[in-house]
Design a protein. Sequence first.
Length: 427
Amino acid sequence: MPALVVLGAQWGDEGKGKATDLLGGSVDYVVRYQGGNNAGHTVVVGDQKYALHLLPSGILSPECTPVIGGGVVVDPSVLLSELAGLNDRGIDTSKLLISGNAHLITPYHTSLDKVTERFLGKRKIGTTGRGIGPAYADKINRVGIRVQDLFDESILRQKVDAALDAKNQVLAKLYNRRAIAADQVVEELLGYAPRLEPFVADTTLLLNDAIDEGKVVLFEGGQGTLLDVDHGTYPFVTSSNPTAGGACTGAGVGPTKINRVIGILKAYTTRVGAGPFPTELEDEDGEALRRIGGEFGVTTGRDRRCGWFDAVIARYATRVNGLTDFFLTKLDVLTGWETIPVCVAYEIDGRRVEELPYNQSDFHHAKPIYEYLPGWTEDITKAKSLDDLPANARAYVQALEDMSGAPISAIGVGPGRDETIQIRPFV
């Protein structure tokens, strides 16, 4: 049985929650392998809408075990609040497992994130201000605090004291902010320990055993390919690796155990935060995409920047992730346009460029080269097969598949759990 990776093939917000939820009934484990509560996704089940930020979307499938891997950074207050919110709505969250190696987001990480963004002014990255970057920075600098440290007060206190010795100097002397009391941080973190301890496990061992036993394990990335810290539009990226390789390091499984890599691809393009965006629309079409598609951040509420589909980005995602399949989402949002532009290449300094430029200056100056495909006006939300789609909608899907380099195996034709066309099975 397969181990699958599901990830965003653009700048995030492609509808990964819908895809992982669709697979949830066929999957034994759903694993978040990177990111934190800066990643949000909406899952619609019947007439109920669930906004998830840190939890794997498999939490909504009773037969599935949701796992937070060691590559995730965890804000314990956010996690417990999210669990409580689901419990209040009748969702059983008792099967959740958390890696003891996952790093914690502390109050000082959040403070540093917010003040640093304000200090950057026009040069700001556009972070969510939730402490994700500073927590990952501490991890790389080997001064981070892990979930397992909550259960040893002596180690926890030593680590917090050491971290704040330096960070309070930065807060006070560089940013003119009040120092943070170590005792207060330790007391807050220790308060989370009894509630988190029942969820903590050796998830690396558990997941490898599960795969060896023939269980189906789904690895779920947050954000998207172009926000990867190594392979994205640096520096306008997240602080972790949403690309497929991140599943191996973030969950602790080897690459030979991954059978399929599914890229979630929106039928147009969006991004949140600063950074280059060649097909961005700052006109009525862009506003229409935002309004019809409900393009507002699940985690931040910020307006998403909207633009036409970018095949250059899709091909790049196929290459760096080794994609085996695409799940195309939000095709229904495009209903009503007479013609639909699709970016097939870029013009950079008078040259036609068909692959993503490695030079960030070139990407900043890239202008989209469009092909125009005929649109459709028919309602497609009830479609259950490709044959149910209007001819122009089928042609649009086929064109995107031909341009992107991997087969489109499912199509989202509406926000509901059942509003999906499954062309070929993932499992």
